[in-house]
Design a binder for this molecule. Sequence first.
Ligand SMILES: Cc1ncc(COP(=O)(O)O)c(C=O)c1O
Length: 409
Amino acid sequence: MSWIDEKAYAELARIRLAKEKQVYPYFREFESGGLHTSIGGKPIINFSSNDYLGLTNHPKVKEAAKKAIDKYACGLSSSRVQATTVEHVDLENRMAKWFGFDKCLLFTTGYQAMLGTIVSLADKDTTVILDSYSHACILDGTFLAAGVPGRAPEIRFFNHNSAKSLERILSTRERKNALVVVEGVYSLDGDMAHLQQFVDICAKYDAPLIVDDAHGTGTLGTRGTGILEHMGLMGKAPIVVSTLSKTFGGIGGILLGASDVVDHIKNTARSFLFSATLPVPVVAAASTILDMMEENGPEMVRELHQKAAYFREKLTGAGFDLGASNTHIMPVMCRDERKALFTHLALLECGVLMVPIIYPAVKNGEERLRVNVTRGHTQEDLDTAIDLLKVYGEAFFILSGEELGPMED
Ligand SMILES: Cc1ncc(COP(=O)(O)O)c(C=O)c1O
């Protein structure tokens, strides 16, 4: 055995144990697409999907993707530098207009969009300032920038969603320029950024603000364009990064900003230049969803909010702790790893998927089921999930907060 085999074996210890005990909850294999799928032949209602408006499987979306396959197949065998299509550029132009920015650039994933944006902008004259709950793409982009020889920016963190903490860091930074990155909606906690305060402080310190609105796109604002629209802050953040992998039904990263800034990133971001182009069927699917948003966005967003409000009211009424959530993403706090794992398994057995989030993704004591209410869930789906959560929330002492007793081996 080489050291890499030994390393892999040693580091897999926790996962091996979870699998032996049959509580390993990840990488479950769906047998069809959609919020109503099956796993191991059993029908499942998926409450961990990010298909927030339930449009991913819309017949028109699939039809558009099929047509694009006939024209372009599933890939263009190259990066955007030599494999850009009229469909890519058309969607970029339409996205820029819909979001209210000068220019849009489509990356192959949202993760790559954030990596490329941070690495292109942050250099040795920059302090990159991040919320302590930042998504992996924000952290990785920053750490990648720090690894570029001769260009490493200073990296600082502020307390989650704290404007006071951000200001303290802006005022004590070491480098001339500051770049602040926040998320519109935090993906594990479902809380919105205190964006008005961040916008004001960033203006005071002349610090450009990047908003990762992956979970606000399609869910916030009257038209669904995101947190800036929701908070009346259109035009107040110079850069928004979002994704096609949630509301927009496929995969892909969205960068929005001023023309020169986007062009600079387009010509320097290695995660854009050195990775394959977004497949055109995916562009066609997103473009069809954009048609729907333009036509019917406000009504669809309203429906999502109605369903989320119903779910929230029933769960909080039953005594569940939904943490800091004030959106359609509602962590059902279990605050115990076994409670989260056992409830997940019991729900799955009953046909409901709610993925547990445990250490190291969250701190010990912050374990939860990550629940997303979507517009695609039916009233029956919501009621089934609520009833089951009540039953198992009681059975596994989530509601009472009592400790689970010791388990036999
Ligand atoms: C906050 C946030 N930013 C970025 C991403 C990355 O998006 P993508 O799936 O397009 O790579 C995600 C996806 O999980 C996310 O939750």
